[in-house]
Write a protein that binds this ligand. Structure first.
Ligand code: ATP
Length: 236
């Protein structure tokens, strides 16, 4: 069986030297794959390429066996690929509830039940549903960004640094929600993180990017235990 999200020979550049070179990546359905590596290794570029926000130079991206070469940003979302960018993108002037409603705008009545599910997953959001985005803590903003993506009922979630700047307790809470979604609903997650320990502790599989190339792709617990790799690429 091929993976739900399948990347082959992906090469990407911003005009100059390639930022990603010949990247292969498999994200099986219902699994969490952690994409780890130092700042500048190309994690954000990889996620942006998967969403068609950055054009690829060479290689292919397949979702559920279908090549996405001719599929643009919005149609990828409709096919179930949701992207939560670094920095979160919550609309500061809108309330929590309004932000969530934006998430599944094209979903119609189905949206309300999806929003209810998000409130069950993230209890702090339910309590603050009428608060504006700018009144939320960093952790609540990350929950809202994640919740907003979930309202569209994605099959694959691309998450860019969800733990950035958050307290360890909040990071653990968010990681636990992701694990629960993967296990209970079969959600598939590609999790780009500089928080290597947090990401590998929740992931099934880990992929290490070192300056634009995959330098290791192994079960997450094996990567976490590999001291040589940790010292060379992961900084701990
Ligand atoms: P971070 O953790 O900071 O997000 P990253 O691993 O996600 O790091 P990228 O942001 O993908 O890495 O950056 C990879 C390389 O591509 C870096 O050298 C960066 O300077 C370069 N780069 C990123 N965006 C652009 C752009 N729009 N134009 C030119 N170069 C870029």
């Amino acid at each position: 069986m091929s993976a739900l999200l399948e990347v082959r020979g992906l090469t990407v550049g911003y005009g100059g030297a390639p930022v990603l070179r010949d990247v292969d990546l498999d994200v099986p359905a219902g699994s969490i794959v952690a994409l780890v590596g130092a700042n500048g290794a190309g994690k954000t570029t990889l996620l942006r390429t998967l969403s068609a926000l950055v054009p690829l130079t060479r290689g292919s991206v397949r979702l559920g066996g279908h090549d996405l070469a001719a599929v643009g940003v919005e149609d990828r979302v409709r096919r179930g690929l949701a992207h939560v960018p670094e920095g979160r993108g919550v609309v500061a002037e809108l309330t929590v509830d309004e932000n969530l409603r934006l998430g599944g705008l094209w979903r119609g009545p189905d949206r309300r039940s999806a929003i209810g599910e998000v409130y069950e997953l993230f209890e702090p959001l339910a309590r603050r549903r009428n608060h504006a985005g700018h009144q939320l803590s960093g952790g609540e903003r990350q929950m809202l960004a994640l919740g907003r993506a979930l309202v569209a009922r994605p099959t694959v979630l691309l998450l860019d640094e969800p733990s950035l700047g958050l307290a360890p307790r909040v990071v653990a809470q968010i990681m636990a929600v992701l694990r629960g979604l993967a296990d209970r609903t079969g959600l598939t997650v590609l999790l780009a993180e500089q928080n290597v320990v947090g990401a590998l502790s929740v992931a099934d599989h880990g992929v290490v990017l070192g300056l634009g190339e995959v330098v290791a792709s192994r079960p997450a617990h094996e990567l976490a235990a590999d001291e040589t790799l940790r010292h060379a690429y992961l900084g701990f």
